[in-house]
Ligand binder design. Structure first.
Ligand SMILES: Cc1ncc(COP(=O)(O)O)c(C=O)c1O
Length: 341
């Protein structure tokens, strides 16, 4: 049997890492009473990672508190990131790079001739050096970015191409191990029982799982797949050894640590299903919560459907992990504005 850590002991593990404080913390944990009433199932709460404050907020503010100093400490002086034109990651990486004073080059796929709004507009305002690829160029975005990287190296820079490195992303997960300690306190203060957290099947949820397992908490986790191309749910399973070595925690992971739901993806990343559009309207018209069309809207659709299917026990407290993504609603303005529920 492994020995559970106290929250102070877990905090000591976290405090060994360099950190820059760029997120507004703690984020609120609040009730969604009107959604709870509408669905007539278990009590639904929300953890507001959309309120981390960094350039419209989102989960990556926590990740970059740890990931960005890790990258800068290795002497990198310019970041290159390859993302889709409406990416939240693209925006938040730019914001975190500005905070630490790192030059930021953004290679955006399927971005040529797009209306400049949503995340793309914020990228521009943040001063990202934009390379807007057309559909043809997007087929080899990696080749395009590698070329840029080689040119920078020839000029004497040490460029960091995000997609070539996995370990720093694991370092970034520490931000959500920290969030686990924060949530434990909020859960206790509100006297919540039978915790069941639902969010995107990705790094943030994995960070919370690490925290819960380290402290011996019996929180349940449901991860919703949002993209068939990225096996987000595999983070802790494929990298559990890296996580253990990194954090020095006496924990192992089992398949049932996260129940993964992949039936809500629809046609894939960047294509909003009618079910997601409806969920976005329901969350907004009950508890005034704005979800995004790719990530949190999909999780909200899953939550609503699972409550309606009676999958959750009525004595559970469901916590919806809102990971941000707000500027993306403007990219889907036509579809959302014309939605008839
Ligand atoms: C709004 C939002 N939620 C969740 C995620 C998944 O992130 P992670 O795997 O880092 O938890 C992303 C990724 O970009 C995102 O933009």
């Amino acid at each position: 049997m492994t020995q559970n850590l106290t929250r102070e002991q877990l905090q000591e593990h976290i405090d060994r890492f360099p950190r820059m404080q760029i997120a507004h913390l703690p984020t609120p944990l609040e009730e969604m009473p009107r959604l709870t009433e509408k669905l007539g199932g278990p009590n639904i709460w929300i953890k507001r990672e959309d309120m981390t404050g960094l350039a419209y907020g989102g989960n990556k503010a926590r990740h970059y508190e740890f990931e960005m100093p890790h990258i800068a400490d290795q002497g990198y002086d310019v970041m290159i990131n390859i993302m889709d034109y409406h990416s939240n990651n693209a925006r938040m990486t730019g914001a975190a790079a500005n905070k630490i004073g790192m030059r930021y080059i953004l290679v955006l796929k399927n971005a040529a001739n797009r209306v400049v709004q949503g995340n793309l507009l914020v990228d521009k305002i943040l001063g990202a050096e934009l390379h807007l690829l057309d559909e043809f160029q997007s087929n080899d975005a990696e080749g395009y970015a590698t070329n840029l990287k080689e040119q920078l190296e020839q000029q004497g820079h040490k460029p960091y191409l995000v997609q070539e490195h996995l370990f720093p992303r694991i370092v970034g997960m520490i931000g959500f191990v920290q969030a686990g300690i924060e949530m434990l306190e909020q859960i206790e203060n509100n006297n919540l029982k039978n915790i069941h957290i639902i969010g995107v099947a990705g790094r943030s949820l994995c960070g919370l799982i690490i925290a819960a397992k380290s402290m011996g908490l019996n929180w349940k986790f449901t991860g919703v797949t949002v993209n068939y191309d990225v096996p987000l749910g595999d983070y802790i399973f494929q990298h559990s050894k890296d996580i253990q070595e990194l954090l020095g925690l006496p924990i192992t992971f089992e398949e049932n640590d996260m129940q993964v739901l992949d039936q809500y993806v629809g046609e894939g990343y960047g294509v909003m299903t009618p079910q997601v559009a409806e969920a976005i309207h329901i969350a907004a018209q009950t508890d005034a919560i704005i979800c995004d069309p790719n990530y949190t809207g999909t999780v909200m659709a899953a939550l609503i459907d699972q409550v309606e299917e009676g999958t959750f026990d009525n004595d559970e407290t469901i916590i919806f992990l809102h990971t941000g993504g707000l500027p993306a609603i403007f990219t889907f303005a036509d579809q959302l504005a014309n939605f008839k529920g």
